[in-house]
Design a protein around this ligand. Sequence first.
Ligand code: ADP
Ligand code: MG
Length: 222
Amino acid sequence: MLRLHVESKSFRTAAGGVLPVLGQIDLTLGRREIVALVGPSGCGKTTLLRITGGLDPAFEGTLAWAAGVMPRIGTVFQEPRLLPWRTVWQNLLLAQRSANLKLASDLLRTLDLSGSRDAYPGTLSLGMARRGAIARAFAIEPDLVLLDEPFVSLDPEAARRGQALLLEAWRARPTAALLVTHDRAEAAALADRILLLGGTPTRVLEEVIVAARARRPAGEIS
Ligand code: ADP
Ligand code: MG
């Protein structure tokens, strides 16, 4: 559904210099494929995610969508970014182009947030807020979901639970998804394919195809 070729990507520094971040990177994403980007902090994962979503056009290279049509994109940033003055339920509905109450309530159920429907984001734990952000991303009926370290700094139990629930939401309505993580176990649990990033400037050091059976089976929620 999309094909990205990055020739290079750099940022201008405050001092007026140039910071090279990404080298040559090719990334393709199938319509129902989950691809994980794994690499050390600062290597350019968020930058690559933003380029893929069309949020940063300032790079050398090309980004092409299937049939030339930009997909609908649901994003889950590292910080959940739910509107604090709206309830969880309102956050979902406000994101939708046309209201789909059934989808919104299905997603809250899948992500185990039905009981927090009318709660304000500030009253939720970080894990719940992250799950709310995932529900909102899927509530817009996206073709592509971008997830930037959606379970970072959660305790292992909350992270595993979030991963399993994310996979359930994806299974109900499979989309293309690009997942940034620095946790290889998380990548293996969720992705069809893992790109290990590294080097200077950053490139793909290794591509790992995850065997289907290695992925967490449906319904396994601890
Ligand atoms: P990661 O997500 O892998 O931690 P990032 O993509 O956030 O890495 O950042 C890659 C590098 O680019 C870092 O050195 C970061 O400081 C730099 N960088 C990111 N965004 C900007 C920006 N808007 N302006 C200048 N430098 C940036
Ligand atoms: Mg990042």
